[in-house]
Design a protein around this ligand. Sequence first.
Ligand code: APR
Ligand code: ZN
Length: 252
Amino acid sequence: MNNLYKDIENQIVNIPDKIESIGIITGAGISQESGIPTFRGKDGLWKNYKPEELATPYAFEKNPKLVWEWYEMRRQIIKKAEPNPAHYTLVKMEEFFENFLLVTQNVDGLHEKAGSKNIIELHGNIWRARCILCNYKEFLETPLPEIPPHCPKCNSLMRPDVLWFGETYDTNLLNIVQDFFQKIGLLFVIGSSGQVSVPVYLAKEAHLNGAIVIEINPDFSMYSHFADIILRYKAAEALPILWQFLKEKWQN
Ligand code: APR
Ligand code: ZN
């Protein structure tokens, strides 16, 4: 048995034999092995681009064309991407549990493409555009017919329906997550740096309410401080194996 198997086997001994409900938080790291760049870290997007010029309401006001061009570049990468074994493992986990909630910071839509059902996209979806005036929303394919796109209802500008820096979270979504996370036995945090603090807060609250926190991330993150189990591996490599072990443990 190699290290990965041994490490996982050793680390899961303290997980209870019965878990009623389970929560997941994912970040850009889970899609890294699908070929989608993360934001931070070695090849992270924020190394080459400035968030304040591309991912803020001010940036959009100043130069909507530039913002949309950046999103189109990312949409083209994402269009070609397929879910990886980590995304598919989460689908299997959802089938196993009656109470399952997947909270993602990713806007790439790969969880849905893999077949996950109970998903909360905390930071929106890159395929959806929203009118800045009347709030009309629609999914737009790439390439866009015009950049920037205009609202078919009121002809105002459409923006990507994603959460930008300086914007507030949808409180309805936060409430759903907080309610659900109060009663979970286990929380997986997969591929997130924790540099965005609201998801870290949600995880910490779950932890304080008794959830065992398992982190899967090759590097240290802001979740690592309070994670009970830390697997320093890539998600697509570790999650399927971890799931094999856990399923065996819980099926008996
Ligand atoms: N498997 C698991 N984790 C990985 C992998 C991998 N193959 N590759 C990289 N990682 C980890 C990195 O170590 C890092 O901790 O994924 C994390 C990616 O961090 P970020 O790029 O900061 O992504 P995320 O935490 O999702 O960012 C949050 O920031 O700019 C915003 O809105 C954007 O939703 C995003 C938010
Ligand atoms: Zn409109």
